[in-house]
Ligand binder design. Structure first.
Ligand SMILES: [Zn+2]
Length: 351
């Protein structure tokens, strides 16, 4: 039976953040240019069009996709479920591979960008490896692996000189940390999860210091390796920098459990430290929340580490103030104080 082309993709990472490998079914495989022309730009309603354009945002300035969407080579693969994080909520997408299970009829697809597309579908953008004898068929079972093969230099077309700095960083970071232990999957995701949890910790540290820093409300956050920040409504003076950093690292040292919940509107408002203005909570629907036990919860669709000690160390880089909005830039370093590299990302930083 043919699958409904508009079947939503189940974002498995929202339910099991530890999952790095999964077998699922293909809903659709299409050339990126065709998908763009038939699905994205074919929509006439302006608001839909804007939402659909967002689906292509991770491909802007992407080192592997040079052309405009109409001429872009490569494929978009939509699956029933996915372990690949779709860029959003200030967190970058996952990289990895999808491959067929049937070795006589082999196809492998490098996932180079992931976004939220129209109709609740998650879009995996990438290219089939040259050895592939075909592309994925509708309804076919494929195995998804985050990072995986990419880390050991057997990535097709792997050319470190051509990689963006951010990708080089991810590869090197992953290699250094995991090569010896033999654990290869998910290093980029692990880092993104650490930085994301670090962002929640920075926000909650400011909240914890409400007596000395009153009237502050979280607005938005971004958790990119080179450009992580949390933004607040209200003025945070630079003199609080050390106190915020100390409080953040006290949360880290306590190894507080990080838990995911699905709450309704009322629960969100009661249990979250704040429900930021840009978070839409619809009556009767459940929304995902991430609670750092003993520190506080935020509505959040991103991935996190199981407890705060795994973040490493939170480093406050700068506090800037502009028109009543304060922005705290932060990074994370290893627990031993070794600095995590800060390199520019090639991916578009708005989500
Ligand atoms: Zn979050």
């Amino acid at each position: 039976m043919a699958m409904d082309a508009s079947t939503r993709t189940v974002a498995l990472y929202q339910h099991n953040e530890a999952l790095r490998k999964h077998v699922t079914k293909v809903i659709k495989t299409q050339k990126i240019s065709e998908y763009y022309l038939h699905t994205i730009s074919a929509e006439s309603c302006p608001s839909e069009l804007a939402a659909n354009e967002n689906a292509f945002r991770p491909l802007k300035n992407h080192p592997d996709f040079k052309h405009s969407p109409e001429e872009m080579d490569g494929h978009v693969v939509i699956t029933a479920e996915t372990v690949f994080y779709a860029q959003g909520g200030g967190q970058p997408y996952d990289l990895g591979v999808m491959r067929t299970l049937d070795s006589d009829n082999a196809a492998a697809f490098d996932v180079l960008a992931v976004s939220n597309g129209p109709n609740g579908q998650i879009l995996h953008f990438g290219r089939f490896q040259p050895e592939s004898t075909k592309i994925f068929g509708e309804g076919e079972s494929v195995e998804q692996v985050i990072d995986g093969k990419a880390l050991f230099g057997v990535y097709p077309g792997f050319n470190p000189g051509k990689m963006s700095q951010a990708m080089a960083f991810y590869f090197c970071f992953a290699f250094k940390k995991y090569a010896d232990s033999g654990i290869c999957a998910g290093a980029r995701r692990d880092l993104n999860s650490r930085i994301h949890t670090g962002g929640h910790i920075v926000g909650l540290a400011v909240r914890h210091l409400a007596q000395s820093i009153p009237g502050i409300v979280e607005l938005k956050a971004q958790h990119y390796p080179d450009a992580a920040f949390v933004e607040f409504k209200g003025v945070i003076d630079g003199k609080h920098k050390a106190a915020i950093e100390d409080q953040a690292n006290r949360f880290v040292q306590r190894a507080l459990p990080v838990k995911v919940y699905w709450w309704n509107k009322q629960e969100m408002e009661e249990k979250c430290a704040v429900v930021p203005e840009n978070v839409v909570v619809i009556d009767g629907e459940l929304l995902r929340a991430v609670d750092i036990e003993g520190a506080g919860a935020y509505p959040c669709g991103g991935t996190h580490v199981p407890d705060t000690s795994l973040v490493g160390k939170v480093v406050l880089r700068n506090i800037s103030r502009r028109r009543g909005v304060s922005k705290i830039s932060y990074s994370i370093s290893e627990a031993n104080g070794e600095e995590a590299p800060r390199l520019s990302t090639a991916v578009d930083s708005k989500s």
